[in-house]
Structure formats: structure tokens, C-alpha cells
Design a protein around this ligand. Structure first.
Ligand code: SF4
Length: 99
């Protein structure tokens, strides 16, 4: 089974709050090219907080291995980083570390 096949249904993406957003905003970096968590939190609150498909989006992030991106209200670091766990950028997500 491919990783994509493991995602139950990609039709949910049509309902994503961010479907017309510039993808670059989901990879916020500072002047030194490091993740800007304040900006990441702003992006999560702007787009993900009210998104009707956040659950499907989080499943997709887990199955496909999101890295170095804001997705489903979290920052997903490189899998090889010192702490590879996703960082919760919203207040109402269970199962993730608070940022
Ligand atoms: S939860 Fe966030 S990243 Fe995922 S589809 Fe919705 S707005 Fe986009």
C-alpha cells in the first residue's frame, strides 16, 4: 500500500480553509532561515483554527509524514530533528505538546 493510499479520502481538500492560500505562508522562517513559531502560530490561527477538515488534515500529516510545515494547527518539524514531535499551535488540539 502506498502512503497516499493510506489516506482515507483526499476529497476533503476541496473543503480546506486554505485551499486558495499561498502555500509559502505555511513554511514561515525568520531572517536566518529558521522556523518562526510566532508566525507559524499566526498562520495556524488564521487558517486552521476554523477549518472544517482539520481532523482529515491531521490524519494526512501523520500518514504522509509532514515535515517543516504548518498543517492541521501544528508545526511539523523534520523527522531527524532533536524533537521530531509536532508542536501544537492552537489551544484546542489534544495529543500534541503545547507550544
Ligand atoms: S487544517 Fe490548516 S493546513 Fe489543514 S486544510 Fe485546514 S487550513 Fe489547511
Amino acid at each position: 500500500m502506498t502512503r497516499l493510499a493510506a489516506v482515507p479520502n483526499l476529497g476533503w481538500q476541496e473543503h480546506a480553509a486554505c485551499r486558495d492560500a499561498n502555500p509559502s505562508v505555511f513554511s514561515p522562517v525568520d531572517d536566518r532561515g529558521r522556523v518562526d513559531l510566532d508566525q507559524a502560530r499566526h498562520v495556524a490561527h488564521t487558517w486552521c483554527a476554523g477549518c472544517p477538515v482539520i481532523t482529515q488534515c491531521r490524519t494526512s500529516a501523520l500518514v504522509l509524514g509532514a515535515q517543516e510545515i504548518v498543517q492541521a494547527g501544528a508545526w511539523w518539524p523534520l523527522s531527524t530533528s532533536r524533537n521530531p514531535e509536532p508542536v501544537n499551535l492552537l489551544d484546542n488540539l489534544d495529543g500534541m505538546d503545547a507550544a
